[in-house]
Design a protein around this ligand. Structure first.
Ligand code: E4P
Length: 228
């Protein structure tokens, strides 16, 4: 399976743009990302679903403190947004209990706020479809986010676990690249980081040069004009 690119935002215009231009597999949100939009939560998540369509993954985080609240929220969210939905559950003790229950109800689970290899392994055993380790937050506390992800990927291989690693919390293109090399199954990134992944000034210079050479030979006409 090729690494999946997911968009870590609830900003509608950015989602519209990214899905029009890039091969994007879904959208992830968390309470912080949602709160940045200062809009009606129910309306916003439905708008995201309509924008991306039913086939694309939509990961929405629960906010309840207890396992019971998380389960009830996951069931309600799944019913409300429909389509390819993942309940994002923080990997606390209550979260682990909730993941097991939510899976029993046939709802996809993404275990989030993962900082250690054992959190990932236990979440996988609890039935999580994805585990989301926070790469940049690990780097920021003088840990090694890429190494934690590489270890989790290896553990899942060792035990033939089908759970996928959805790496999150990125600040640089280098972090994303190293996750791809480590065999991470998916990354969720901001719209800005997504465009940085394909940006290179030499690419832009090359395009400008091609255009200038073409124009000096053929003038301001395109290929379609010349094929008439
Ligand atoms: C996504 O699932 C995470 O919540 C997000 O990537 C965290 O990113 P941050 O560390 O930039 O807040």
């Amino acid at each position: 399976m090729m690494m999946q690119y997911i968009l870590d935002t609830a900003h509608l215009e950015s989602i519209r743009h990214a899905f029009e231009y890039y091969p994007i597999d879904g959208v992830t949100t968390n309470p912080t990302i949602i709160s940045r939009e200062h809009s009606d939560f129910a309306k916003l998540i439905l708008e995201i679903r309509h924008l991306i369509g039913d086939d694309k993954m939509l990961h929405i985080q629960t906010t309840g403190d207890t396992a019971e609240q998380m389960v009830r929220e996951a069931v309600a969210l799944k019913e409300y947004v429909g389509g390819n939905f993942y309940a994002k559950i923080p990997t606390s003790e209550d979260g682990i209990k909730a993941m097991r229950e939510i899976k029993k109800r046939g709802i996809n689970v993404t275990a989030t706020a993962i900082f250690t290899q054992q959190q990932a392994l236990i979440a996988a055993r609890a039935g999580a479809d994805y585990v989301a380790p926070y790469v940049n937050r690990l780097d920021n506390i003088a840990s090694d986010g890429v190494q934690v992800v590489a270890d989790i990927v290896q553990l899942f291989r060792n035990f033939d676990i089908k759970t996928k690693v959805l790496s999150a919390s990125f600040k640089t293109t280098e972090q994303v690249h190293k996750i791809a090399l480590a065999g991470g199954h998916a990354v969720t990134i901001s719209p800005d980081l997504l465009s940085n992944l394909i940006y290179h000034p030499l690419t832009n210079y090359a395009i400008d040069d091609f255009n200038a050479d073409w124009e000096s030979a053929y003038g301001k006409v395109g290929i379609l004009d010349l094929l008439k």
